[in-house]
Design a binder for this molecule. Structure first.
Ligand code: NAI
Length: 258
């Protein structure tokens, strides 16, 4: 028998970055758990494909072309999602980009691009979703996507790691501010996950790193998008009803912070 705390029937979720990788897997799992899922991504074709795949299984899903760096677009999709069912219960702020350069090679334009997407995009999403949840008055769960990069010195990942560290600070701060409205805010900090980001957007040298990364894990493998989606489902659901301001690490045990 399914565990009822994980049942999201009657809940409405917004997943950013839903066109592929972790976002798509998260949208699929939240839909499987019963939620109505609004899939948002700047990649219109990709996000339409995600929503179409979900509706083909009988799930309630809609696609939205959204650039999370544009606050008005984020506000519009949150509004649409809330109007459709009268509530917004879950935000999974997954959209993000990778950039690789050493500290000495980092250009201001790279820093701005990564910061705007990975931090400001999550900030816009959290602010708009939290406002909608407060207005509805039924509480909610916000899950942000950080990275295992915050747990180690990650060579070449200054912009990325700094933006993800900021996401964790945002997560903890927001958790302290909206808990009284019944809103929980938690971060997921995945290790190396096999997605388009790690196979397409990184350098050859980093792609070669997958095998050593697998060896660093006590489990002897890198992660799959579904490993992270299950962490998001846990935090989004009533199973995590007393969990807020925390970091959940689906990282295969590569880092074990206290
Ligand atoms: P991905 O590249 O497959 O997916 C990222 C999605 O975000 C894409 O669909 C992309 O179109 C979307 N996106 C990018 N900029 C956007 C914008 N401005 N507005 C709306 N959507 C935008 O990457 P992946 O691996 O699925 O990553 C998802 C999240 O997980 C990211 O935040 C990433 O930093 C994080 N993460 C990934 C890890 C990995 O090893 N793959 C490890 C740790 C964290």
């Amino acid at each position: 028998m399914p565990v009822t705390a994980y049942d999201l029937t009657g809940r409405t979720a917004l997943v950013t970055g839903a066109a592929g990788g972790i976002g798509r897997a998260t949208a699929a799992l939240l839909a499987e758990a019963g939620a109505t899922v609004h899939c948002a991504d700047v990649d219109e074709q990709g996000v339409r494909a995600t929503a179409a795949a979900l509706t083909a299984t009988g799930a309630a899903a809609r696609a939205h072309r959204v650039d999370v760096t544009a606050r008005d677009q984020v506000a519009a999709v949150v509004d649409t999602a809330r109007r459709a069912t009268g509530r917004l219960d879950i935000l999974a702020a997954v959209a993000g980009i990778m950039h690789s350069s050493t500290v000495l090679e980092t250009k201001e334009a790279d820093l701005d691009r990564v910061w705007n997407t990975n931090f400001k995009g999550v900030l816009h999403s959290c602010q708009e979703a939290a406002r909608a949840m407060i207005a509805t008055g039924t509480g909610g769960s916000i899950v942000t996507m950080a990275s295992g990069a915050v747990d180690t010195g990650a060579p070449g990942l200054l912009c990325y790691g700094a933006s993800k560290a900021a996401v964790i600070q945002l997560t903890k701060t927001l958790a302290t501010e909206v808990g009284r409205h019944g809103i929980r805010v938690n971060a997921v900090a995945p290790g190396w996950i096999r997605t388009p980001m790690t196979t397409r957007h990184t350098t050859d040298a980093q792609q070669q790193a997958e095998r050593p990364m697998a060896r660093m894990s006590p489990l002897g493998r890198v992660g799959e998008a579904e490993d992270v989606a299950h962490a998001v489902l846990h935090l989004a659901s009533d199973a995590a009803a007393f969990t807020t301001g925390q970091i959940l690490r689906p990282n295969g045990g590569v880092a074990m912070p206290w």
